[in-house]
Design a binder for this molecule. Structure first.
Ligand SMILES: C[S@@+](CC[C@H](N)C(=O)[O-])C[C@H]1O[C@@H](n2cnc3c(N)ncnc32)[C@H](O)[C@@H]1O
Length: 226
């Protein structure tokens, strides 16, 4: 199955604003490998009244946090999404969560400074984003790093999942084809280069501390706020 098809969703119902659950096949496949990475990097030691705050940018269907949250019952998960038609599905997953630690979703454009959504600088413990920066204009990549740099606490992490190029080279062929198909749909889309991301990150006080190889030629990049 091509990656483009991977991002299609099984849609239940005619209208998604009324909390109908969406299922993205790709999210179903990658949620467990990503959870295993989170278990390595999302470590916390908190008092009962001090829940670490985990912000997801571009929640899509809402499946990822639904899969992660029960494994981290002391963390408060905040889903967000730009596309308002997805908020119903995200809300569905949040309200069904057995551990009740997923907040209701916020409609959020990552190109906008997070102060507009009520966030305070250096208040977030984790920023998480999967599969957005190659399927959105470059401004969204900049916005993600800029907001993470400003709103993460010192030493806090941004966890970024998706396909990437390295030093201008895309591997393997399936990712080359995926990149071409993205660009044919929108010339502003395309795989982002890790070397370029490292330069952007430096402008916003973030350092790449680990790169985890993932199934299907994806990676998880771990960034630390300086
Ligand atoms: C391929 S989906 C990934 C969804 C989910 N993270 C996943 O892995 O299943 C890309 C998402 O990026 C979101 N997106 C696009 N532009 C955005 C922006 N400016 N701010 C926040 N999210 C955006 C889209 O609405 C879409 O839900």
């Amino acid at each position: 199955m091509s990656k483009l098809k991977d991002f299609s969703c099984a849609f239940h119902g005619n209208e998604n604003m009324a909390n109908q659950k969406l299922i993205y096949p790709a999210a179903t496949r990658n949620q467990e490998p990503i959870l295993q990475v989170l278990k390595r990097f999302v470590t916390y030691d908190c008092a009962e009244d001090d829940s670490p705050f985990f912000l997801e940018v571009a929640s899509g269907s809402g499946q990822h946090l639904a899969h992660f949250a029960p494994h981290f019952p002391n963390i408060k998960f905040q889903p967000t999404e730009f596309d308002e038609t997805l908020l119903g599905s995200i809300k569905y997953y949040a309200t069904q969560c057995p551990t009740k630690n997923i907040l209701l979703p916020i409609q959020l454009d990552i190109c906008t400074d997070l102060v507009h959504y009520g966030f305070s600088e250096e208040s977030i413990d984790y920023v998480y984003n999967a599969n957005m920066i190659h399927i959105s204009p470059y401004e969204c990549t900049i916005g993600l790093f800029k907001n993470a740099g400003c709103y993460l606490k010192p030493n806090a992490l941004m966890i970024l999942y998706g396909p990437f190029s390295k030093d201008g080279v895309i591997t393997p062929d399936s990712n080359v084809q995926f990149n071409a198909s993205l660009k044919s749909r929108n010339p502003a889309w395309g795989l982002r280069d890790i070397s370029e991301l490292i330069k952007i990150a430096a402008d916003y006080s973030l350092t790449l501390i680990d790169t985890v190889e993932m199934p299907a030629n994806n990676k998880t990049l771990i960034w630390k706020k300086n």
